[in-house]
Structures are given as structure tokens and as C-alpha cells.
Write a new protein. Structure first.
Length: 289
């Protein structure tokens, strides 16, 4: 299968790199020869939009979340990504974030993010933010429920990282997809995207949660595409709720096009399924502007 027109990569890390702490930045940059290009793209939406389209991708979701302690990102990353997105909203989808521990007024901040900045989706990253996706169910973080409720009311998707993380200090056990099952039960009208499909330990759990809840989507970023058929052989069952993503420029992801080409050449998945994952499903979740 050739790369089809209209591909959407919903998981690309365009973030304010000046905020990244030294240890995670070293992890990202280790072994990469394109760091100078990445930094240029962080500064220039025009150049990145051109690069994306040269890679065979029409639209990209730009990942941002608040993780002051582990990654270094504070709440200003939301303003940064909203301004970046606004340079070319036909190409860029802005994922923003919030950390209830570092926000004294969660309801008003959600109004600011969703109604004023018009953030397209909220990213929750349990291993990097150091709380579980269902932490609202205990007294640990009741304000997390206000985040989900605000998004549910407005039908703004929430992306939840599922799976482990190689970054120093990350709480890998917080990435178990079964925590998302609670969120899906308690917020039955909230569009939920499970990033990374539980890789590398919890593929079966992620598949179970997505199959159980019709408002939960499975996203494939961060998984070597040649290994997808081994890990997720029954994707056809979820064909209308699977989303493409690369996780570029995370470790091991060298280019948007290379991952895309490998996926398009997989014989185990039908061309119809690939078309849904690459084009139809993400454009349904995030209608083009």
C-alpha cells in the first residue's frame, strides 16, 4: 500500500524544549543526528509544517503536558502550543495538559485551556506526572475528576499514556491501562485515547479496555510498526477506533515517513484497516479545520 493522502500522526513531540530538564533531554537526544533540525522545528511552525508534509503526513497532533518535577514542563506549555497551533490550525492539533498538584484552581484553569486557548485535547501522562489515571478515586487527587468532567462536558478528547517510560525517574507502574478502565466507567461520554496501546507490557490489557468501552480509542505510537501484528493481531475488531501516531522524536523513532512506510507495507493488516487508522479515524475524532 502506498502512503495515502490525508494521513494524521496524532503523537508528535513539539514542545518548548527550553523547559526540558537535563536528564530527559539527554535521553531524547542520545544517538540522534537531527537535534538541530528538531530545535529549528520547535521555533518555526512554518518549517515544521513543510517538513511534515514532505514526510507524507497531512496533520500532526503536538504533545504537551505539565510535568514540572520530572520533565520540566510547566503550565505555560499550554500557551506555547496554542500559539504554535494557531500559526497553522489546518496542520496542527494542540494537545495540552494540567497537573492538579501544581494548579490551585483546576476548574478555572480548565476553562482557560478549553474555552480561551481552545486546546484540542488534554494529555495525561501518569508515569511522568507521577499520579495514576484513576487517582481521583482516592483522596490522592480528587481534582483530577474535574479535569475529566470538563473535557467530557465539551467532548474534548483526553489522551492517557499507557505503558512504560524509559525516562529517568518515570513511575512505569503508573502506566497500566487497567487504570483507564475506571476513567471510562466514571466518565462514559468522555473520548479517551490510550497512547501507546500499553507498550511493551500491557497490550492485552489495553486491547481489553478499548474493546470494552466504545468511547475509548487505541493509539499506536511508540511501538516499532513492524512488531504491531505480533502485539495487536486483532486490530480489525477495533477498526473504527484505532489511531496512528509515531512518538517522534522519542528514542528509536527516526522519522515520520519511515514508520509510516513500514506500517503501510505490513501484509498482516488489510489496506482498508490501514486507511481507517491513518486517515478516517483521526479525521473523525479531530475534524479538519
Amino acid at each position: 500500500m502506498q502512503i495515502p493522502p490525508g494521513v494524521v500522526d496524532l503523537h508528535v513531540h513539539i514542545q518548548p524544549w527550553q523547559q526540558i530538564r537535563e536528564a530527559p533531554r539527554r535521553t531524547i537526544e542520545r544517538g540522534r543526528s537531527d537535534v538541530s533540525s528538531i530545535l529549528r522545528y520547535q521555533d518555526s511552525p512554518v518549517e515544521f509544517a513543510r517538513h511534515v508534509q514532505e514526510q507524507g503526513v497531512a496533520r500532526v497532533g503536538l504533545i504537551n503536558y505539565v510535568s514540572p518535577k520530572l520533565m520540566g514542563f510547566d503550565a505555560s506549555c499550554n500557551d506555547w502550543i496554542a500559539a504554535y497551533r494557531n500559526q497553522n490550525p489546518s496542520v496542527f492539533v494542540a494537545w495540552g495538559g494540567i497537573h492538579p498538584e501544581f494548579c490551585s484552581q483546576v476548574p478555572s484553569e480548565m476553562v482557560r485551556l478549553l474555552d480561551e486557548l481552545k486546546i484540542d485535547g488534554i494529555k495525561i501522562h501518569p508515569p511522568h506526572q507521577e499520579f495514576r489515571a484513576n487517582a481521583y478515586r482516592s483522596m490522592d487527587m480528587p481534582a483530577l475528576a474535574e479535569v475529566y468532567a470538563a473535557c467530557e462536558q465539551r467532548q474534548v478528547p483526553v489522551m492517557i499514556h499507557t505503558g512504560t517510560s524509559v525516562f529517568p525517574g518515570a513511575r512505569a507502574s503508573y502506566g497500566n491501562p487497567m487504570d483507564v478502565d475506571d476513567v471510562a466507567i466514571d466518565f462514559p461520554n468522555l473520548p479517551i485515547v490510550m497512547a501507546h496501546a500499553g507498550r511493551p507490557l500491557w497490550f492485552e490489557e489495553a486491547f481489553f479496555v478499548a474493546r470494552r468501552h466504545p468511547h475509548v480509542w487505541l493509539e499506536l505510537s511508540g511501538i516499532p510498526p513492524q512488531n504491531l501484528p505480533d502485539h495487536l493481531p486483532r486490530l480489525e475488531i477495533l477498526q473504527d477506533r484505532v489511531l496512528w501516531g509515531t512518538d517522534w522524536p522519542s528514542p528509536g523513532v527516526h522519522s515520520l515517513r519511515r514508520n509510516l512506510e513500514i506500517f503501510c507495507n505490513l501484509e498482516e493488516y488489510s489496506d482498508a484497516l490501514k486507511q481507517q487508522i491513518l486517515v478516517e479515524n483521526p479525521n473523525r475524532l479531530f475534524p479538519p479545520r
